[in-house]
Every structure is written in C-alpha cells, then in structure tokens.
Write a protein that binds this ligand. Structure first.
Ligand SMILES: Cc1cc2nc3c(=O)[nH]c(=O)nc-3n(C[C@H](O)[C@H](O)[C@H](O)COP(=O)(O)OP(=O)(O)OC[C@H]3O[C@@H](n4cnc5c(N)ncnc54)[C@H](O)[C@@H]3O)c2cc1C
Length: 478
C-alpha cells in the first residue's frame, strides 16, 4: 500500500495542537508547522505548543448548567488532548477548570512530539502553502503572521478577513421585556429577507437618554495593549463611549437615532432615542445590540446596558469588546466542514474561524482534525448535530449566524459576523421538567437550571451517537 500524504497543520496553538492530535489518533500522519521560536507573536512568550497567552482558566467545568462545561465534557468524550492535559494539570479554582500553564503546555508539546505519526517543523509558513500539500489546516490564531494573513486575504477578498473585532453585546431573546420593547424595522422597510418588523426597539425618553450618556462617559473602560493601539480599526466601528465623548447628541444621530420608529406602547409616538437589537442566529434566540461595540469593562456593560428600558432583566450571551484579532467571515467563506470554498484543500480552525476563547478554539481544532482525517481516509463524516455544543459552535460559524452584508446608516460596517463564545443560546431548547418531585411548578433560577440541564443531557446523548456514527466507513467523504 502506498503511504498517504500527511495532513499539514499550520500553527501549534490550542486549535492546531488539538487538530494534529485528532489526526494522528485517527491513524493519519500529520506535520505541524509552528513559527515560534524563530518568529514570535506579540503575545506568546515561549516555544511550547498550546501556550496560554493570558488567563490560565478554561472557565466553568459544570457540564449540567454551563455551556462551556458541556463543551469540556463533549471534548473529553471525543478524546481531546487539550482537555486531557488540562485535567492532568488542573489547579484548585472552585467550579472552574484552571491549569498550571507551564505543566499544561509541556504536556501537550511532549504528547505530540513523541507520537509516531506526528512530525514537528519549526518555521513560519510565509504565504499560501505549497500546491502539493493537498490537505492543510490553518490554525494560526488571532495573531497570524502578516505574510500568511496577506496571502489568505488575497484568496478571501479584503472585506472578509478582519484584523480586529468590534463586538457588540448579544442578549438572550427571552430576557428582553416586550411590554417595553417592540418589533419594527425603520420605516417598516421589509428589505430583501425581512418582514418590516425585524428589529427589537428599546425606547428612551430625553431624561433616560441623558442619564445613559452620563453613565457611558463615567463607566470604567479597558485600555488597549501597547501593540494593539496602532491597529487602524476605528473607521466605521467607533466604540459607543467614544461616540458619546464626541458630543451628547452623537449617538442620537448614530446608532440610537429614533427616526422611522413609532412606539406602540405609547400610542405610536416617536421615542427620543432608541436602542435597536437585531436577530443574530437562525434559531432566533440571540439578538445583538446594533452599533454597540464598546471597550467598557464587562461588569460596567451589564450595569449600564440594564439601564436601557426593556433590558432591565437582560441576560447577555456575549458582552462587547474591541481587540486585535484575525478572523474570517466564516459563514460566507467556509463550507460546513470548515473548508475554504474558494480553495477546499485549506481548512481553517481555531480563533481565526470566528470563535472566541481557548476551549472554543481547541474545539474547532478537534473538529477540523477529525473532518480532515476522515476525508483523507475516505470516511463519511458530517459535523456533530446542532443539539451538541460542538455542533452548535461549528454550526454558528458555518451558517447559524445570520449574515448582514449591507450595513445601514446606523451601522456602516459591512460585516455582522463577530467572534462568539459557546453559550446555550446557540443550542435549540429541549423539553425540560416543569414540576419538581413534589409536583410544585419549577420557577426562576431553578427553571433556568432545569432547561440547561435538559439541553446538556440531550447534547451528551447526541455526541455519543455522533462519536459512534462518525467512524462508520462509507464510499465517499463529504
Ligand atoms: C492577547 C490575547 C489574550 C487572550 N486571552 C485569552 C484568555 O485569557 N482566555 C481565553 O479563553 N482566550 C483568550 N484569547 C483568545 C484565544 O482564546 C487565544 O488567542 C487562543 O490561543 C486561540 O487559539 P488558536 O489556536 O486559534 O491560536 P493560537 O493559540 O494563538 O495559536 C496559533 C499559533 O500559530 C502560530 N503561527 C501564526 N502564524 C504562523 C505562520 N505563518 N506559520 C507558522 N505558525 C504560525 C503562532 O505562533 C501560534 O503558536 C486571547 C487572545 C489574545 C490575542
């Protein structure tokens, strides 16, 4: 039998390490190309694989009621190297999975270095990979080297590879008070895919608006890292607090303008100012605050945004931020198995696909590795179902997010897709217990826990089925 060509993985970070491990575990040879230590990024300090560049926490490890904990558990069941090393080097941290970063990175590096099917090549891939590499996973992260990102950008087009993120908060739909907010598009315009009632509008009186502006100005902000400050990203996506600093009326003539909107709770009157939310995912469970990218600290965001009428009880699936980042407009560019439509020999994994966080990056690496290995072996392998955390995450980046290509006056940026952590809003609801053992109706926090638990239980059952099914041989890989 002729030896099959190896799969090439570019980047030995969280995603690349996991992808390579999954490929080798499937019995396929793999070459990892890592540029460190020859060339460092602005954030990495060592030459180790899977270096954690900032916090040492993988967040909550509770699979029953935390979406990130559920993702941990699914990854463990899928034989994740990142989770195995984290479990081995965990530190006391309450309900969170925190790790000894050095021990963790050494473990990942050694497990890969000593695997007979893994070859490690140090050095930058400074352009598109050679044409003879027929299966490549690009997992070069938020700080992809400029030579490679420029080459990728030539394939994707300038607008579809971003060098910073401008994240507006995303709210769980069920936490928006519809006795205050209402659904309406400006001037009731239906547009190409709408109904004329596509936005949720939260109205403000003059007094509420002024108090809100004052809170934005006083709110505590995060600062840029030195190497981020020079990133030229301000065009078209100013943080709201910077807009507020330019004058008290700037937001009322920008994202908070009330024109074309009439409040049905106030007899159809036009509000003084308005905050609009737009549907973010196909399920309709997540809504993003249009034009509300911000560098306010997270606790401040939650406090200040709950001042907005209709959002007093808002639960945030994601809070806002602005960072140096490199990520693709994945819903447009990638197929459902993470291959670049324009050049299918290239698969993408990790933060560059538009997921956010160590674990999410590793999770997409896990899927990219399995999908690439199955393809190499001629085994049919569809991504996991949307009822699992792994499936919901890949689904979000390859189709679950609703793409808004055309910006409007309030949000001139052409791109709506921004990085996302795993959260329950990405998974469809599951039937949950409504009464406890004594027949009493379950309410409040207990009800939320019961709903999450039902989703998690279903996810684990479904991931088990997928793991079994994923190895079934068939004639053609997708
Ligand atoms: C400053 C900063 C702080 C962050 N803090 C956190 C945090 O606290 N918690 C959290 O959950 N997430 C954090 N993130 C987000 C994200 O989870 C991490 O960046 C994570 O490491 C992403 O994993 P990855 O595998 O996609 O990329 P990385 O882990 O960055 O791996 C990419 C690898 O590719 C290599 N590489 C790049 N270009 C090339 C090339 N051309 N050729 C060969 N190799 C190349 C890099 O050297 C690197 O090793 C942070 C991100 C940044 C930038």
């Amino acid at each position: 039998m002729t030896q099959k060509q190896p799969i090439h993985v570019i980047g030995g970070g969280l995603a690349g390490s996991e992808a390579a491990w999954q490929i080798a575990t499937a019995g396929v040879s793999v070459v990892i190309h890592e540029m460190r230590p020859d060339k460092m990024t602005d954030a990495h300090k060592t030459d180790a694989f899977a270096e954690l560049v900032c916090s040492n926490s993988f967040r909550s490890d509770d699979w029953e009621t935390s979406a990130i904990g559920l993702l941990h558990e699914e990854m463990r069941r899928a034989g994740s190297l990142i989770l195995a090393a984290a479990d081995r080097h965990k530190l006391p941290a309450g309900g969170a999975l925190a790790v000894d970063r050095d021990g963790f990175a050494v473990e990942v590096t050694e497990r890969l270095r000593t695997h007979p099917l893994v070859t490690i090549e140090r050095g930058e891939i400074a352009g598109l990979p050679p044409a003879e590499w027929d299966s490549v996973i690009v997992a070069t992260g938020p700080l992809t080297s400029p030579a490679l990102s420029t080459a990728v950008q030539a394939l994707t087009g300038e607008d579809d590879l971003a060098f910073f993120d401008a994240i507006a908060p995303v709210v769980h739909r069920e936490s928006i008070d519809m006795s205050v907010a209402w659904a309406q598009s400006r001037y009731d315009k239906a547009g190409p895919a709408g109904t004329g009632a596509d936005y949720l509008n939260c109205p403000m009186t003059k007094q509420e608006y002024e108090a809100f502006i004052a809170a934005l100005l006083a709110g505590e902000k995060t600062s840029f890292k030195e190497w981020e400050a020079s990133t030229p990203y301000f065009d078209g996506c100013l943080p709201i607090e910077v807009m507020a600093e330019r004058g008290p009326e700037t937001l009322r003539f920008g994202p908070m303008k009330p024109v074309g909107l009439s409040d049905p709770h106030k007899g159809g009157a036009r509000p003084y100012a308005v905050v609009q939310l737009r549907q973010d995912n196909a399920l309709g469970s997540l809504w993003n605050m249009v034009g509300f990218q911000t560098k306010l600290k997270h606790a401040e965001q939650a406090r200040i945004f709950r001042m907005i009428p209709g959002l007093a009880g808002a639960e945030f699936a994601r809070l806002g931020g602005l960072h140096r980042n490199t990520f693709l407009n994945s819903p447009k560019l990638l197929d459902r198995t993470l291959r670049l439509r324009a050049e299918p020999r290239l698969r993408f994994a990790g933060q560059i696909t538009g997921v956010e966080g160590y674990v999410e990056s590793a999770a997409i690496g896990l899927l990219a590795g399995r999908l690439a290995a199955a393809e190499r072996q001629g085994i049919a392998c569809a991504p996991p179902p949307a009822t699992t955390a792994l499936g919901a995450l890949i689904g979000h980046i390859t189709g679950g997010h609703i793409l808004v290509e055309e910006g409007d006056a309030a949000e001139p940026r052409a791109r709506s897709f921004q990085p996302m952590n795993i959260n329950y809003g990405l998974l469809p609801p599951a039937p949950a217990l409504e009464r406890d053992g004594s027949g009493k109706r379950i309410k409040g926090k207990d009800k939320t826990r019961a709903k999450r638990r039902a989703v998690s239980m279903r996810a684990l059952a479904d991931i088990e089925t997928w793991l079994g099914r994923a190895t079934a041989p068939s004639a053609a890989a997708e």
